[in-house]
Design a protein around this ligand. Sequence first.
Ligand code: HEM
Ligand SMILES: *[C@@H]1O[C@H](CO)[C@@H](O)[C@H](O)[C@H]1NC(C)=O
Length: 327
Amino acid sequence: MATIKFCLVFFVTMSMMLSMSLAMPSLKVDYYQSTCPSAESIVRNTVNKAMSSKPGLAADLTRMHFHDCFVRGCDASILLESTPGNQAEKENLANKPLRGFEVIYEAKTQLEAQCPQTVSCADIIAFAARDSAYKVGGISYMVPSGRRDGRVSHIDEPNNNLPAFDFNAKKLKKWFSKKGLSLDEMVTLSGAHSIGVSHCSSFSKRLYTFNATHPQDPSMDPKFARALKTKCPKNAGNDYPITVPLDVLTPHRLDNKYYTDLKNHNGLLTSDQTLLSSSSTVEIVKNNAKQGEIWAYKFGAAMVKMGYIEVITGSQGEIRKDCKFVN
Ligand code: HEM
Ligand SMILES: *[C@@H]1O[C@H](CO)[C@@H](O)[C@H](O)[C@H]1NC(C)=O
């Protein structure tokens, strides 16, 4: 068993290293070693402190990294505020539920005091996501850094870049591959839905108005649907404040129980449950449900890969002084 695990981990590592050496030389582990040696520990301490009063922030910080990287690459475009004549990404409906911005700002304030204009906001987001995964999942991985911050953020850009909750596996595969991520990485990263919550509006169609013949999504366990209906009334709109956990089994722990939920037909979003319904992903779901350690390892590797999406480095972009505004 240990040998099998080792071989799998070895294989995953080798294929990651191969795919990364082909296309992505730019970032480096411990990039701030000489310019700001305490950079990563400042972020970690800030994240841990914030999470001790609000554990739910781990989910927000994980999602923030995803939403940043899929739109204009990992360039902290998600942190920019709207300016006269330009509404920023932040204002997009998909980003409205996001919290945790103040954790990034707090880390940035401390970093500016210690090493002015050295550590990018994009790297802070990547570090914070990693520290969250460690705190609520015991998952540890090294984050290559050296990203620069972008100067552009538009409200409509998440629409064509972030996958939506009603996507099927085929569409999810396509949208992730546009970002250079494989089918296995897509399924593995969806395991982030092992923490955090969703608003009713992201799944209420599955409960009440699924299609002409089935008011309720038949791929959802009826008992689970009944429980959800007690929390989410039929006409709950985007502003309805109630949220429910994405993972019913271990809602606060980043683990592979999300995949057990899917096997039990307790996936909350269409984009979750489709991973069991689709023949292209069902085996990946079953393996991830069975092998928690391997999933955790793959999750770390896939987060690293996601952190490379369309990064800008060197003299491109800038190191923002204030994560909310371009210099
Ligand atoms: C596969 C495609 C994905 C879709 C369609 C999707 C969609 C969603 C939706 C609709 C929500 C609930 C928002 C709300 O109603 O409040 C959500 C929450 C969340 N997503 Fe995803 N997501 C996807 C992949 C990912 C990935 C790759 C990550 C990170 C690696 C991620 C991390 C999260 C987290 C942590 C939450 C909970 C947020 C919180 O509690 O504040 N998701 N996602
Ligand atoms: C409704 O969904 C079910 C299950 O996916 C499917 O079998 C049925 O054909 C759909 N009905 C319509 C009218 O699309």
